[in-house]
Design a binder for this molecule. Structure first.
Ligand code: ZN
Length: 263
């Protein structure tokens, strides 16, 4: 990495680092160009730093900074972040760049996750619900087309696409407007629980009229929503019907997604 370093007399002490602009003593970044120690970015939930490192980059255009808490004797594992690329980069000369500011990296202990480790941690442990509604006033809505689906065990993979496809006009007319539950049962084979048409029709008539989509105070959580358990059984057994639907449905990729992971 060709990195100009400014010889401004900065010597970094071996410990007790602190942001030059606030009192933050963790989540610190050392700018490898000018030796400034500043705090990292603030996270959406208020944790992290106070954005002083990135503000410094915007003011000075000094691009890479190393996360001080990721420096150990194993320098290859240290996280060097490049602001213009908004990503981690490899600095094969990191030992020299640290030595420029007087840092002996060998005794340092790791105190912070690298960007890659943090992303992996977020992907494996992240709860998506808070971030999706972050900063928004979300009001529950009720009525026709707004019936939820209870997640029983591991059927969320099916509940989510079912809600999407039943919001489309084609599924709405095929399984709700143009077909009653009575018609579906009359056409069904001996075992209607294994019949995809019957189960999707039943699901449509449960979800779309909105009879079970009422404010929570007037009902309990489970009564507010349908389940997809029997429909899932029908999907799993009706392989030929699935192929027909995939052919009929103009949005084949979405329909494929519905049936991914069916038993
Ligand atoms: Zn700061």
């Amino acid at each position: 990495m060709s990195l100009p370093q400014i010889d401004n007399g900065v010597v970094i002490p071996p410990s007790r680092w602190k942001c030059a602009r606030c009192d933050k003593k963790d989540k610190l970044r050392l700018n490898l160009t000018d030796g400034m120690i500043l705090c990292g970015q603030k996270n959406w939930d208020g944790t992290g730093g106070n954005n002083h490192a990135i503000e410094h980059y915007k003011e000075t255009s000094c691009p890479p900074a190393v996360k001080l808490g990721t420096i150990t004797a194993d320098l290859e594992a240290a996280d060097v972040f490049s602001y213009p690329e908004d990503d981690s980069v490899v600095d094969p000369l990191l030992a020299l760049h640290l030595a420029f500011f007087g840092i002996d990296f060998s005794p340092l202990q790791k105190t912070e996750m690298t960007t890659a480790e943090r992303e992996l941690d977020q992907n494996t442990n992240h709860d998506w619900n808070p971030i999706q509604v972050s900063g928004q006033d979300v009001e529950p809505i009720f009525g026709p087309g707004y019936t939820g689906l209870v997640n029983l065990g591991n059927n969320c993979y099916m509940a989510a696409p079912m809600q999407v496809v039943f919001s489309t006009r084609s599924f709405n007319s095929r399984y709700y407007i143009n077909q009653s539950s009575k018609m579906a049962f009359e056409m069904a084979p001996a075992d209607p629980t294994a019949d995809l048409n019957t189960q999707l029709t039943k699901l449509a008539h449960g979800m779309l009229p909105g009879k079970q989509s009422v404010p929570a105070l007037e009902n309990d959580d489970k009564a507010n929503a349908r389940t997809t358990l029997v429909a899932r059984k029908g999907v799993g057994k009706a392989n030929s019907a699935i192929k027909q639907i995939l052919q009929m449905n103009t949005n084949g990729s979405l329909a494929s997604a519905i049936f991914t992971g069916c038993p």
